[in-house]
Write a new protein. Structure first.
Length: 277
């Protein structure tokens, strides 16, 4: 079986509190994008996870998901899982989480195990904070640590130019530094309404990410990328998740294509994607 693991972006990210266990209480607007990893899963004599074009840690979201499913449903089968990575690591696009979610759905299908979406989310949240959203894979407002998901009533699709520098941003370090900063306020309600009503102007005015100022201090090249993309005609440039991917927005595809061509001269990861799948 060959499956696609779709990346995500954050069009809003706010931190509204901290739980007693130290996890952050989040309020986000998230959406799948057209960029995906390709994963081939087959039954085998032993469990094995292979990444063809990147090094991944021995313990990863995919191996953890396989172990969880086998334990939960007393599965005796073994799986050979081969991943072709297209989603860069430490980019704020949930590459590892997307892989874990795709493997969850694939193994359930292979083993003919039928469970509800709520049960899938309960499994997913045991592996990682972004895995539940990657299971849902639709425009959504996401709260808590990522497990409270409300799908938005919209089929909006918008183009986006994503540029990721060679550096990555450590999510734990970004959150730690957020505590020492002056957080910006994010109007998630307004961003949510703009997505539902497909109001591009309101969307561009309101999208924001409370972790972005922190990430810019950690990696000043993000400031350079924003300036370069704005000079190339973008209406707005914003960071996804904890970074380090920067998203440039324009509804003019001539501007998008020209900006892509220019940014490719300086950066290794430059792609035009569709937000909303």
């Amino acid at each position: 079986m060959i499956v696609r693991a779709y990346a995500k972006v954050n069009c809003a990210l706010d931190i509204v509190g901290v739980f007693e266990n130290g996890y952050h209480d989040l309020d986000m607007i998230m959406a799948p994008i057209s960029l995906y990893d390709e994963i081939e899963i087959s039954e085998s004599e032993k469990d094995e996870v292979i990444c063809l074009n990147e090094d991944i840690p021995k313990r990863n979201t995919v191996s953890s998901m396989v172990a969880l499913l086998k334990k939960t449903y007393s599965i005796d089968s073994h799986y050979r899982i081969v991943i072709h990575k297209n989603i860069p690591q430490m980019s704020g696009m949930a590459g590892g989480s997307a892989d874990g979610a795709a493997v969850l759905k694939a193994i359930l299908e292979m083993e003919k195990i039928s469970i509800s979406l709520e049960e899938k989310i309960n499994l997913a949240k045991q592996i990682g904070a972004d895995v539940p959203f990657c299971v849902v894979n639709q425009w959504a407002r996401v709260k808590g640590i990522g497990e409270k998901i409300t799908v938005l009533d919209t089929d909006w699709k918008i183009p986006c130019l994503i540029v990721k520098p060679d550096c990555g941003i450590s999510t734990p370090v970004a959150f730690k530094n957020w505590h020492e900063s002056r957080p910006i306020q994010v109007d998630v309600d307004t961003i949510c309404e703009s997505v539902v009503h497909k109001d591009y102007d309101a969307f561009i005015r309101s999208i924001n990410n409370t972790l972005e100022p922190v990430a810019r201090k950690m990696e000043p090249i993000l400031n350079t990328i924003e300036e370069e993309m704005m000079n190339l005609g973008m209406d707005r440039v914003m960071m996804s998740g904890s970074g380090s991917s920067m998203m440039g927005f324009s509804m003019n595809m001539d501007i998008m294509n020209h900006a892509k061509k220019e940014m490719e001269k300086k950066y290794n990861f430059v792609k035009i994607v569709t937000i909303g799948g």
